[in-house]
Each structure stands twice: as C-alpha cells, then as structure tokens.
Design a protein. Structure first.
Length: 403
C-alpha cells in the first residue's frame, strides 16, 4: 500500500495469521451450501494443512505486499500432484482454494473496524494476486502429474503393442496392465500429416501442437473404440490394434480413420490387415505397414487400404529379383521428362491416344511419335499387350517405392 497500514488492519491480519483454523467452520459451511462439494472431502487432514498454509500466505502477502515465490508455492504444488494421482479434478482443487479466499475476504470485511475500511480496496488486489500465483502453481503441477500418469499408461500400452506385433509372449505383461487380450486383432497402421502448427519455426510451438494433436486423437479413439483397442501412436502415426472377432467392417474402419483425421486436423492415411490369432500379428503388422506405405504414395486420405484394394501394388512392392529390372525401365525415361509424362497420361487415359493428346495439349501424332520413342528407349512397346503389362508394372512399382 502506498500509505502505512493502520494498526487496526494489521491486527486483523495478524490474528488470522495466528488463528487460521477459526475460518474452518465457515469454509465447511460454504462447502456444504454448494452442491458441487457434497461428494468432495474439502477439508480432510491434508486439505486442512493446505488451507492453513494458504490463509497464512495470503495474510502475510496482504501485510507486506510481496507475491509468493516459487519456494512458497512448492508445498501447494506437491499436494496438487498428490491430488492428481488420487483422481481429484483440478477444477475441484482450485474451487477449494477459491472458497478459502472467499471466506477469508468475508472475514476481513466482517471484523475490520470502520477506521481501517478505507484500506480494504488496496488490500484486496494483494490478496487476489497472491492467490492467483498459488493457483497457477497448483494448476501447473496438477496438469504435469496428469500428463505424467497418462504418458506412463500409454507407454505401458505401447510396450504391450510392441510385444504383440513383435511375436513375443505378452500374456504376463497384459495381466500386469489389466488388459484382457482378444483372440485376434485387426491391425491399423496410421500415418499423420503434420498440422501447420507442427511446422512452425518455434520448437516449443511444434511440440505443444504435437501433444495437442495426440490428446485429441486419443480422446476420439477412446470414444470410438472403447477399452478394447490398443494404441501405440505419436504425432507422426503408429499402430492401433482393434479386437477381432468380430472383425470391423470396412465402412467402420473408414469412418474411424475419418474421425481421427478430423481430430488430427491434417491428412491421415491408413493400411489394415487382420490377424485371426495372436501369432499372426507380426505378419499382419508388416502387411498393414506396407499398405500404409503404398497408400502414402497416393493422394487419397481418410480411406483405409487393404490388400484387396491394392493387389497389384502390394504384390509389386514385395522384394524380388525382378524389382531392379522394372525400376530400370522407368529410369531409362527419366532423362526425357516428356516421355515419362506421356506414358503416365497414356495409362491414365486408358490408352486412348486422342484423350492423351488432349490431356497433354499436343497433337495425336505427337503422342504416336512419343510412344515409338518409348518403345525404342525401353525395349517395351506400349502399343502391345506385353509392353503395356511391363510398362504398367514398372510405373506402379516406381510410384509405390519412390513417392
């Protein structure tokens, strides 16, 4: 305060500092009158200690005008972490402090003599600023503890997913985590495009954006799949194991990925494969990841790729002695971009030379000339069935492996 505190007001604050417990009946009455508190033990032994410290901190801040330092807030933060671990929502924790502040202020108004009343408008901001400093520390500690608990739980599930898809025994780990394993799973391999905020220059902004995206995705996943799904995700993607049987219908998978894309606020691509037994999970995971890789080379998002959708692409993407030769065919044309462009357009137009010419903005005779040059360069004539088969395979393989 700009003027020296009067002896009367100082005496009020000193008495409250010495006897904070005198406010406890009023705090209990305020809590009892509020239906929100009837299921919350506002003043158990731990809360009483916090309330006592809080009242003393506020009265001292009112007297000398100093804001609480980090050390002054440490005990409040520690108890906020304990409350988070117990499952007490932060809103109820903060309301407890607000009730204490309200009761303290009402008591000050009640017992301050008229001679000191003119000082109250200057005292109030000090009390409120000190309370705000404590509440910020409490909120931050509560959020950090919840994030830690959530991260630990998700990391445990991530370990379980890694064990399952790695083909290792997982029954003991699942039992320790309280997870009932399904007989089999549909493996959903996901890829998340970054949001604009995740591409920001500021590292903190990128990390916060990634965490927010994951919170939204996990919340949506929990609501859409219930407790049976097992997820191992990060801001770039990951795996979801959906219990089977029953096997999710294709429409259900597409709907789920669409909802996840809405929450990701960026494109989501997916590949899916089914494992009817736990022993089949390594194979199904490899298949789903390969389908995701193939799907990521295209433009379609929020649609789940299965082997039935991409029979040719999936088969061509497998390791074989023919891969190098097929890719070499495409490499032959890379030095002449108009030939590569023409061949792609020729396939896209179902081998119709006039539509191909219209797409490219050239004369049909130009298309014919370029097809001849493609045949000479690659040894495969796109005007024959055998040439179409080989060149189409080469283009498809290049697309799914070099995207």
């Amino acid at each position: 305060m700009s003027q020296e505190m009067s002896a009367d007001l100082a005496a009020v604050l000193d008495r409250l500092d010495r006897e904070p417990d005198r406010l406890f009946p009023h705090i209990r009455s305020a809590a009892a009158a509020d239906s929100e508190y009837r299921r919350t033990p506002l003043l158990d032994a731990t809360a009483e200690h916090s309330a006592r410290q809080f009242i003393r901190l506020l009265t001292r801040a009112g007297r000398d005008g100093s804001l609480p330092e980090a050390a002054d807030c440490r005990d409040f933060a520690d108890r906020a972490r304990d409350r988070a671990a117990e499952g007490l929502p932060v809103v109820e924790l903060l309301d407890g402090y607000h009730v204490c502040l309200q009761v303290l202020w009402e008591e000050i108004l009640d017992v301050t003599p008229p001679t000191a009343a003119r000082e109250l408008p200057v005292l109030a901001p000090r009390l409120f600023a000190a309370a705000r400093r404590v509440c910020r520390a409490v909120t931050r500690a509560h959020e950090q503890e919840l994030e830690s608990i959530d991260t630990e739980a998700r990391e445990s599930i991530r370990d379980l997913v890694a064990t399952l898809v790695g083909g290792r025994p997982a029954a003991d780990l699942a039992q320790r985590l309280g997870v009932r394993l399904a007989a089999g799973y549909t493996v959903l391999a996901l890829g998340f495009e970054p949001t604009a905020a995740e591409l920001a220059d500021d590292d903190l902004e990128r990390r916060v954006a990634g965490r927010r995206k994951m919170i939204r995705i996990h919340d949506e996943l929990g609501g859409a799949t219930g407790d049976g799904a097992l997820a191992a995700l990060d801001p770039t993607g990951g795996l979801i194991l959906l219990p089977a049987p029953p096997a999710p219908r294709r429409a259900h998978l597409d709907e789920l990925v669409g909802r996840l894309q809405d929450q990701a606020q960026a494109a989501v691509r997916a590949g899916a494969a089914r494992a009817d037994r736990l022993e089949d999970l390594p194979r199904a995971t490899t298949e789903a990841r390969k389908l995701l890789e193939i799907r990521s080379s295209g433009t379609a998002a929020a649609e789940v790729a299965t082997v039935d959708d991409l029979l040719v692409e999936y088969q061509l993407s497998q390791e074989s002695a023919a891969r190098a030769g097929l890719l070499a065919v495409v490499d032959t044309l890379r030095t002449t971009p108009e030939l590569t462009e023409t061949l792609g357009a020729y396939f896209a137009c179902d081998f119709n030379r006039r539509r191909t010419a219209s797409t490219l903005g050239v004369h049909p005779n130009t298309v014919d000339n370029r097809l001849v040059r493609i045949a000479e360069a690659t040894g495969s004539d796109p005007r024959t069935s055998q040439g179409l088969l080989l060149l189409g395979s080469a283009l498809t393989l290049a697309r799914v492996t070099r995207a």
